[in-house]
Design a protein around this ligand. Sequence first.
Ligand code: HEC
Ligand code: HEC
Length: 203
Amino acid sequence: MIVVGLAASPIASASPADDAMSQLNAIMADDAKRQASYEAGHERIRFCGYCHGEDGNSKREYIPNLAAQHPLYLFNQFEKFRDGTREDYVMSKLAKTLSLEERINIAVYYSQQTAKPRTAGNPATVEAGEKLFAVRCAGCHGGKAQGFRDMPRLAGQPAEYLGIALRRFKEMDPTKHSTPMIGVAGVLSESEIEALSGYLAGQ
Ligand code: HEC
Ligand code: HEC
């Protein structure tokens, strides 16, 4: 499900998700509020840091970076782990233990970090990955894979994680999940997945 934009109209704050969006919007638009939220988020991410890094650059190749991801994307993924749309042994449990305020503060904190590039794959496949990305992916994820709102940043993600994520989309049941990635990933071959992952990791 694509949530369009942070600025939901004020009358649409009926559901808890819309409420969270308007809170997040208000925080990001105000320097003092953003700073307070950032600091509260920093207090809360000690445990997350063991896996995702204190600066949001993950410590293991199978774990995603959170650095420089849009707060809206980070927040939406917590909701997916909470409601079971997305499942992971650790994350599904963790997401349920965080309050709404904590989820917002953590999303703000990690969104302000800088993502560092990883080691790219071998040059020949990287070139193929770059071409494929420009044609099939850049329209949504941005020309430099920097992401935009709920379209995640892919630049600098570990290649192993990118591969895991793409294969997961490929195997998803489209009747139970609504994300454009099911259609996109469904037509990718294993060698295309490797080329794309190798290219993106080095960005
Ligand atoms: C034991 C390691 C571990 C810990 C601790 C952990 N995570 Fe994760 N996290 C993961 C893994 C692995 C994934 C990828 C799961 C998947 O493939 O769906 C993930 C995914 C995520 C995602 C989705 C990122 C994306 O790119 O889609 C977010 C957001 C996230 N974690 C936030 C947190 C926060 C906040 C905490 C602390 C409260 C935390 N994680 C603690 C391992 C961990
Ligand atoms: C129509 C828009 C669209 C196109 C085209 C698209 N994506 Fe995505 N992609 C998304 C959205 C939206 C998400 C967030 C998925 C979700 O949680 O529903 C996403 C998520 C992802 C993720 C998971 C990121 C993470 O941190 O877990 C990867 C990896 C990814 N896309 C790779 C690609 C690649 C590679 C291509 C080109 C072959 C591509 N995407 C093309 C919209 C798109």
